[in-house]
Design a protein around this ligand. Structure first.
Ligand SMILES: [Fe+2]
Length: 351
């Protein structure tokens, strides 16, 4: 530390020209930009997309562009620090998707994985590999990489959900592509969350020997998650966060390979300061209102708002109500960071 590094200007012009001709670049003038001391260079900023502002824009998209001309009618939520890339954080794509009554978003599959978090409407379905997943507010539905999926809507009012994709990572791998498919046929059987994976700690007996399916449960109904949060909150100590993870019921591992999903309840009046983490994150407000202080910037949120949290940020959440809980569904890139060995939690002393 403290050594003065060589600059590009002190290299002779003929040498720089020769390097450029060979598509080569010296590392040392920019090494601190690539691996700065102590804290990564973070382009993403704390940011909030307020639903009351985004909803009219979604509905207008429904008037302006028929689904046949959109394939997917999605507004991409781009972090101002990452522009022109339309990503919420370095690793998280957030979109708001609108499906109007009677519309069908056609069948396709692609290499990025997607997860839907429903924020408005009822009567919609996502069909994943022939499994028909009903969509109600707060439900979380997986469409893992290369799984066929289509959306349809039989209700009478608009349906809106958040799309959370690992597209930033897959695109940086130059590996993002899509395949169109014929309309899927479905069985009349309910989705697996309603019978095969009905409750925590219970598995179909055959699964003790055979675990061929990496994604045995595709839908995580909010009603079950909300009840679990309430029971957790009733017993947890005041210093224990009411925070539960969406996992593969057979393995206990995160439900998706790159992005992780969890539900957090802030009890009435609660302030929660989680440890500073190396991950980037975002959350969708499912219930209640409050505010989050992210690296010193405070954003006030209410139902259906989306918030982006940069990597390594110092975060403090506050429930704005003294009588009602607030519930958030959080997305982070902890599964990928753990796989490549860069996940860190910093204690308060280092934070
Ligand atoms: Fe898709």
């Amino acid at each position: 530390m403290g050594k003065v590094l060589g600059t590009i200007d002190e290299l002779p012009a003929d040498y720089r020209d020769e390097l450029a001709r060979h598509n080569a670049t010296p590392l040392w003038p920019s090494i601190r930009g690539i691996i700065p001391f102590g804290m990564p260079e973070r382009r993403a900023r704390p940011h909030i997309w307020r639903y009351r502002e985004m909803r009219p824009l979604m509905l207008r998209a429904g008037e302006l562009t028929p689904i046949e001309k959109a394939e997917r009618r999605v507004l991409m939520l781009g972090n101002p620090g990452l522009a022109p890339e339309p990503f919420a954080t370095a690793s998280i794509f957030f979109g708001l998707q609108l499906v109007l009554p009677g519309e069908t978003a056609p069948n396709h599959r692609h290499s990025p994985s997607a997860v839907r978090i429903v924020v408005e409407g009822e009567g919609g379905f996502t069909i994943v590999q022939g499994e028909r997943c009903p969509m109600a507010r707060g439900d979380l539905i997986l469409t893992p990489a290369q799984h066929w999926h289509q959306h349809e809507h039989h209700g009478s009012k608009p349906m809106v959900w958040v799309d959370a994709l690992d597209a930033p990572t897959v695109m940086r791998l130059d590996a993002a592509y899509c395949v169109p498919g014929r309309e899927q046929s479905t069985s009349d059987r309910p989705d697996a969350s309603q019978w095969r994976y009905r409750g925590a700690g219970l598995l179909p007996y055959e699964r003790l020997q055979r675990t061929g399916n990496a994604y045995p449960q595709l839908r995580y109904p909010w009603a079950a998650v909300r009840a679990a949060l309430a029971d957790f909150a009733a017993q947890a100590g005041r210093d224990e966060p009411v925070h539960i993870a969406y996992v593969n019921p057979e393995t206990g591992e995160p439900c998706m390979p790159v992005l992780g999903f969890s539900a957090l309840m802030l009890r009435p009046g609660e302030t929660l300061a989680p440890p500073r983490r190396s991950t980037s994150a975002g959350f969708v407000v499912i219930e209640g209102e409050g505010e989050s202080e992210i690296d010193g910037q405070t954003v006030a949120w209410s139902e259906n708002d989306l918030v982006a949290i940069p990597n390594h940020a110092k975060v403090r959440h506050r429930n704005g109500s003294g009588t009602r809980p607030a519930c958030l569904i959080q997305v982070d890139d902890a599964p990928l960071q753990r796989k490549i060995g860069i996940f860190e939690e910093f204690d308060a002393a280092r934070a």
